[in-house]
Design a protein around this ligand. Structure first.
Ligand code: ADP
Length: 186
């Protein structure tokens, strides 16, 4: 079956959603939905470390040794190791606990801090997975709206090096949620 995709222009940046595997993306940076310890894990985190090899974990260890665990909503950048992406931006999304402990603000921050880091490094392309909607349990109908809104408002607020922002969504249900969010928000 042909994989689906959809795109819009936000000023000078193309924002698209595709169904696929983020570890296969050819771009400046892919974003990892990491844990605060940056030691790898399951889901997309495990796939990125498996695909990228030990160089990524080595840099993550150095970051944690220097600045401690990565707080929720923050982001750091490492090499892409053996991946086709040049860099990995590691961010920590919130664990869903019912929606009353600022999960939306923290999720928005994870996207914004990742984009900020990409722009600071003059990157032109960045790809995101659906942060927090796997093991962290954030309902995808809500998370997708927060994610699209965060990216769109970031791009509308300033001129950056970014030409291409892609959401790479692993399964059809997640793709459908982001597709509806894109229709609703943009
Ligand atoms: P979190 O702990 O932030 O919830 P997970 O990795 O458990 O992160 O899940 C986040 C999303 O990433 C889920 O939609 C999951 O299906 C998806 N995912 C898992 N592997 C990949 C991959 N290789 N490429 C893109 N998305 C992936």
């Amino acid at each position: 079956m042909e994989k689906q995709s959809k795109e819009v222009m936000i000023d000078q940046t193309r924002l698209s959603i595709i169904q696929g595997d983020i570890t296969k993306q050819v771009t400046d940076a892919i974003v990892n939905a990491a844990n605060p310890g940056l030691m790898g894990g399951g889901g997309v985190d495990g796939a990125i470390h498996r695909g990228g090899g030990p160089a990524i974990l080595e840099e993550c260890k150095q970051i944690v040794a220097k600045q401690g665990h990565l707080p929720t909503g923050k982001a750091v950048i490492t090499t892409g190791g053996n991946l086709r992406a040049k860099h990995v931006i590691h961010t920590v999304g919130p664990i869903w606990q019912g929606g009353n402990i600022s999960e939306a603000a923290l999720l928005e921050s994870a996207y914004r801090e990742s984009l900020k880091l990409a722009a600071e490094h003059n990157l032109t392309g960045v790809s995101f997975p659906s942060i927090s909607t796997g093991a962290y349990g954030y309902p995808v109908a809500e998370a997708s709206k927060v994610a699209i809104k965060a990216v769109v408002s970031f791009l509308r607020e300033r001129v950056t090096s970014l030409k291409e922002v892609v959401f790479v969504l692993f399964d059809p249900g997640t793709y459908e949620a982001y597709s509806s969010a894109l229709e609703e928000v943009v």
